[in-house]
Every structure is written in structure tokens, then in C-alpha cells.
Design a protein. Structure first.
Length: 437
């Protein structure tokens, strides 16, 4: 396993020398992983647990990983350095993390992997740990896509459409989108011993799928702790406002389009793009964060030259690469009038920041945020309807006043849950333990 790098040459000997039997491993790979996992890592360290930070290496650029790790003041203990297409990344995480776990097991350590949400890392790393008989702690467990059961005509009046979305009975389950995220989260669950569900709705999904109720804990979402850790409240003017002063006054929409199902479909992508273009040409200020999949879609559908020309022509259009520091992201998001996104995490962040959200998908794996009233679904099929929905949500005070649903002190609640399990046994529970025989 020469591809794996470690923070010290005697890494495994140092792990063997730890006095604790349990070794907690926090796994990160993408920006959402870093944002939501680092608060738990810090909480474990504060409580004196033996805890390691493992990076898969998938997001390795400064603006995707390095800058944020520095910002949060952490450094990985090991890096799997995986690269490649989806199937290669999956197989290499299983192989390389499986090796790390195996070496620790050989030194009589009980490994507890912490995997996050619906990521490839969650699916692959939980698999690797499970192969050694170690169940995972699944942070952000139970997120399942619900889709509104509607006809196109139901969206003609956006206010009525929002009310429709606020009724749980109008949603149905069964979607395989987002892809591959819904596959990932379901696979992760099967190798999980402690399910840390953000909201009660997620607990209901898990119970209906047959997972043990006493191993499901509704704790909130650790993104709220990350928002608190981000250096936003220091009274300093963030660098992002130096670079883009127009954002400091607010009154803009932040676009984020990166889901594969949107970026691989020309029909969907063009519907979103045309809505964004129309908003720009009507004088609305638009910030587009162009991510890897966004850039590939611009090239795939022959829009790269057009969108770059649009940014040069219109001062109210900011076309930006991903920002390296979460503090800049939070500072800008908190100023936005509305966020139009296909991201899952941003639906949570908008709720925590009291910013109206428009989700550019057919359904949502954070449907609780729409049922709660702060989020509206805008299916990516009709540019005019997408634009109309964004304009409705723009500084909408009812949406801004939606209840904050993702909790406080979440990392502490997560570790409380894990510690309560460890008092009675291990994260991987045998049938003797479950049945108390």
C-alpha cells in the first residue's frame, strides 16, 4: 500500500501505543465532508478519545480541500491518495482503507469509522470497515429523497405551490436520484452500527427500513457547528467582499449546479442556465459558483464561450470558481436574497442562515426543509418556471422566518450517542448483545 501517506513514519506503532482500545477514525474526502466531520473530530479530541483524521484524497486542490483544512486548523493523519473515475475511486477506497483498518486490527484495536451522508467515501469506507467486522458511525444517516406528487399545472401559482410542498402527505419516496448519492447512503446504512439522523423524518425512514430503533439517534446536523466554527463572527471584512464588493450589499442569488443528473442532461442543464441568463439580463445580480461538474457541462453543451462572454458583458453576473475558505462561503451566503441550488448541504445551510432556498431538482433528500417552509422545489424542465420561483423566493420574509430545524450543539449530541453505545458494548452489535442473551 505504497500509495497511502502517513503523518509520521511510525504511524501504526504510534496507534498501537495508544492506551485506548477504541480508535475513532473521522473520514473526509470532499468539502461537505470537511465541513460536517471536523466538528465531530474536534469534539472527540476535546473529550480525550483516540481519534484520527483520514483523507481519501479525492478533493486535493487548495480550493477544494487544502484551504479549508488550514482554516479549521487540522491535518490528516493519513491520506489514501485515491484518484480515478467513480468505480476506481470506490475500489481504491475499499482496498486502501481496508488495509489501514486491517493493520490496526492486527494491533488489537477496535476501529470505529465515522462516515458522512451520501458520499462515495461513506459507501466505500463503511464497506472496508465492515469487512473487518467493524460497523460505522453514520453521520447524517437516513437521508432519503422524497418527490412531490404533482402535475405541472400545480406550479402555476408559486405561493400555492409552496403551501402544497409544506404538506407531508404530498410527498412520495422511491427516487434513485440524486445519483449516485442515494445508492451511497443506502449502502452505508447496512454497515452502520450507530445512525446519527439529522431530523425525525430521517429516523422514520430508517425505522421503516428495519434498522434498530435504539441505535438511531436524532441529533440535528453538524453543519450548524461548522457555521459557528467558521470565522464569520470575528468582525473582519472577508476577502470575498474585497474581490466581489457587489456581494456585500446583498440582493443577489447564489447559483450552484453540480449534480450529475443535472449536468449530464442537456435538457435539465439548459433549463437552469436559461433561467439564470434571463435573471442576469433582467438586471438581477447573480453569483454562479462553477464547480467541476458545472464546468464540464458548459463544455459538454457548447456553453463555455457564451457564459464567459455573459460574465464580461454584465457587471451584475459573477462567474467564480470554488472558494477555498468556508468563512468566505458563509459570509456571502448569509448576504444572499435567495440560493438556487441542487446541493443537499446548501439546503441545510440556508435553513440555518434563514435564507430562502430554491432546489433545482424534482425532489429533495432534505424535504424537511421544504415541508418547513423555507425551501421550494423547482424541477429543472422549464426555465420560465425556475425564474418565476426564484423571483418569488427573493427575500421572501415568510421563507426567511421558517423555523430552524437542524439543532444546536450537534457534535456534542453525536458523541454523546456514540459514548452511550460504547457503555453497553461495541458499535458492531452481535445478536447475543441485541437480544441480551
Amino acid at each position: 500500500m505504497s500509495q497511502i501517506t502517513y503523518s509520521r513514519p511510525d504511524f501504526f506503532d504510534a496507534v498501537a501505543a495508544l492506551p485506548q482500545e477504541h480508535v475513532h477514525i473521522i473520514l473526509i474526502a470532499t468539502k461537505p465532508d470537511i465541513i460536517k466531520q471536523i466538528p465531530l473530530y474536534k469534539e472527540l479530541k476535546t473529550r480525550g478519545h483516540a481519534v484520527l483524521l483520514g483523507h481519501t484524497g479525492q478533493h486535493y486542490d487548495e480550493n477544494l480541500s487544502g484551504g479549508m483544512l488550514k482554516e479549521f486548523g487540522v491535518e490528516p493523519d493519513f491520506n489514501l491518495n485515491v484518484r480515478g473515475s467513480m468505480y476506481e475511486v470506490v475500489s481504491r477506497i475499499i482496498e486502501r482503507f481496508g488495509f489501514v483498518v486491517g493493520e490496526m486490527k492486527a494491533k488489537n484495536k477496535i476501529v470505529i469509522p465515522y462516515v458522512h451522508g451520501d458520499t462515495t467515501t461513506a459507501m466505500a469506507a463503511s464497506n472496508a470497515g465492515y469487512c473487518h467486522g467493524f460497523a460505522s458511525v453514520h453521520v447524517e444517516a437516513g437521508i432519503r429523497t422524497l418527490t412531490p406528487n404533482y402535475k405541472k399545472g400545480d406550479m402555476m401559482d408559486i405561493g400555492e405551490w409552496r403551501k402544497f410542498l409544506m404538506q407531508r402527505k404530498n410527498w412520495e419516496c422511491g427516487s434513485q436520484e440524486p445519483y449516485p448519492e442515494q445508492f451511497n447512503t443506502r449502502c452505508s446504512e447496512a454497515a452502520t452500527g450507530v445512525h446519527l439522523a439529522p431530523v425525525e423524518l430521517d429516523r422514520e425512514f430508517l425505522v421503516s427500513e428495519g434498522y434498530a430503533d435504539d441505535r438511531i439517534f436524532v441529533v440535528g446536523n453538524s453543519v450548524v457547528d461548522a457555521l459557528r466554527l467558521a470565522p464569520l463572527a470575528q468582525g473582519l471584512r472577508r476577502p470575498v467582499f474585497e474581490k466581489y464588493p457587489v456581494l456585500e450589499d446583498g440582493d443577489f442569488v447564489r447559483f450552484c449546479i453540480h449534480r450529475r443528473e443535472n449536468c449530464l442532461s442537456e435538457k435539465r442543464f439548459r433549463a437552469i442556465y436559461d433561467a439564470m441568463k434571463s435573471l442576469i439580463e433582467s438586471g438581477r445580480t447573480v453569483l454562479l459558483i462553477s464547480m467541476i461538474q458545472t464546468n464540464l457541462a458548459f463544455e459538454r453543451f457548447g456553453l463555455k464561450t457564451e457564459v464567459e462572454a455573459l460574465a464580461k458583458k454584465h457587471k451584475n453576473f459573477i462567474l467564480s470558481p470554488v472558494w477555498s475558505e468556508y468563512g468566505d462561503v458563509v459570509a456571502a451566503m448569509s448576504k444572499a436574497s435567495v440560493c438556487a441550488t441542487d446541493s443537499g448541504s446548501m439546503q441545510e445551510e440556508m435553513n440555518a442562515l434563514s435564507v430562502p432556498c430554491v432546489t433545482l431538482r424534482f425532489g429533495s433528500d432534505r424535504s424537511e426543509s421544504a415541508i418547513n417552509g423555507g425551501n421550494i422545489i423547482a424541477p429543472p424542465v422549464d426555465a420560465k418556471m425556475i425564474q418565476k420561483t426564484i423571483e418569488y423566493a427573493w427575500n421572501n420574509q415568510e421563507m426567511r422566518s421558517a423555523k430552524k430545524i437542524y439543532g444546536t450543539g450537534v457534535s456534542s449530541k453525536c458523541i454523546d450517542a456514540v459514548e452511550s453505545v460504547l457503555k453497553t458494548g461495541n458499535v458492531f452489535r452481535s445478536e447475543e448483545e441485541r437480544l441480551r442473551m
